[in-house]
Design a protein around this ligand. Structure first.
Ligand code: FES
Ligand code: FES
Length: 412
């Protein structure tokens, strides 16, 4: 397909190619020309730290750096920025190594709901990096381009002033920019697609090969899965799928195997949307054990927002009366946004994914291309299924309690 380039004249609905550097990663997106930078960052790259309030250039929530200068992402079309360097709040610092501004906002209680915080952080970064001698008296007017609806500005001014005082000699640069890969996606209803460069960024090892081993954290996992699924396919057919890592990867909802490193190491990516939280993981898997009836894998991946996931997965297939019984055990360790989603709901969603995984293995064993390969898991469907399951379980408990109390007729 020949797409118009960003520089050529184009209609708003035309799909264009846009190449950007976002937080130090090269990104190539194919999207409609009318898509704003804020929507491209949030919907196509999963960088939801850039908030959107007014979409009219008034509130400043969407402030990012474009070529080192603060800019309203809601007022720029992504197509205007071909070749630009964009820094978002995700690039400012890491969870384990916050930027001084982030640390100061926390220490001075400069946020309440946090909706304005990314805008204030990026705006104050721009201010202090350009005007290191700024005085406290000037801060209110200089930061008046960002609106806060709940904290009150005094604490925000205190936080920025503290950093200004401590870094007169130069503000540290954003600390989370590097060649971390951003994995694009096509939002529902969009005619565009987004993709990363196909060069070194696709390889999170940056050509270094694979590590000796994936070291999983010690301690209790964020999610523990212990699930048995009844498959209708024969053990021999299931063993054929278990023995083919490429086919197995196609059975995992939203996952894609991108490279084979050798020595049982694989590169891949996976996308999951949990309601408003969209996650794109890029990482590697090491097959530790593989036989016709058993496979053990260690995997680790990073999310574009700075979160990470590590997992140990063991699957065992055994003959059963109806075909094959597939037992899956997984210990999953999460950090970042998905960890904040709630251990129990994330666990429910993960179990649904494993159920879909088992269903797809059954399909593949029957010689049918698994649906999972074509359809990344819909956050809404997974969430609805997980929440629906909880409501049914709760309803069941209420019915049982009512029966105990009132007898059969009273509970119905
Ligand atoms: S959302 Fe961009 S200025 Fe309000
Ligand atoms: S902290 Fe809520 S809008 Fe500023």
């Amino acid at each position: 397909m020949n797409l118009p380039t960003a520089q050529s004249r184009t209609a708003s609905s035309d799909t264009v190619e846009v190449n950007l550097s976002v937080n130090g990663s090269s990104v190539s997106m194919s999207l409609p020309a009318r898509v704003t930078l804020s929507d491209a960052l949030r919907d196509h790259l999963g960088l939801t730290g850039t908030h959107v309030g007014c979409e009219h250039g008034i509130c400043g929530m969407c402030t990012v750096l474009v070529d080192g200068e603060a800019a309203r992402a809601c007022l720029l079309f992504a197509v205007q920025l071909d070749g630009a360097e964009v820094t978002t709040v995700e690039g400012l610092g890491r969870q384990d190594d916050l930027h001084p501004l982030q640390e100061s906002f926390g220490r001075h209680h400069a946020l309440q709901c946090g909706f304005c915080t990314p805008g204030f952080l990026m705006s104050s970064y721009d201010l202090l990096s350009h005007e290191p001698e700024i005085t406290r008296e000037d801060l209110p007017s200089e930061l008046s381009g960002v609106l806060c609806r709940c904290t009150g500005y005094r604490n925000i001014i205190d936080a920025v002033d503290d950093v200004a005082e401590n870094f007169r000699g130069g503000l540290p640069a954003p600390g989370n920019c590097g060649s971390r890969t951003l994995v694009g996606r096509t939002p529902a209803g969009s005619t565009g697609t987004a993709s990363t460069d196909t060069t070194e960024d696709v390889d999170p090892t940056h050509g270094q090969g694979h590590p000796e081993r994936i070291n999983l954290p010690t301690g209790e996992p964020t999610i523990a899965i212990d699930l048995t699924s009844a498959l209708t396919s024969s053990p021999a057919d299931v063993a054929r799928v278990m023995g083919d890592v490429r086919l197995l990867a196609r059975c995992l909802p939203g996952a894609e195997l991108t490279d084979v490193l050798g020595d049982d190491w694989y590169l891949g990516r996976a996308q999951v949307a949990l309601g408003p939280v969209r996650l794109s993981f890029q990482g590697m898997a090491h097959v530790l054990e593989q036989s016709p009836e058993r496979i053990a894998i260690n995997a680790q991946g990073k999310d574009t927002g700075g979160g990470s996931a590590q997992a140990r997965i063991v699957m065992v297939a055994e003959p059963s009366a109806s075909g094959t019984s597939l037992h899956a055990e997984a210990s999953v360790y999460l950090t970042g946004r998905i960890a904040g989603f709630g251990r129990s709901l994330a666990g429910d969603v993960s179990r649904r994914m494993f159920e879909d995984f088992a269903r797809a293995i059954d399909q593949a064993a029957a010689g049918v291309e698994p649906d999972a390969a074509a359809a990344p898991p819909s956050g809404f469907t997974l969430l609805a299924a997980a929440v629906g399951g909880r409501i049914r379980a709760r309803y069941q408990r209420v019915r049982v309690a009512a029966r105990r109390r009132f007898g059969r007729s009273g509970g119905d």
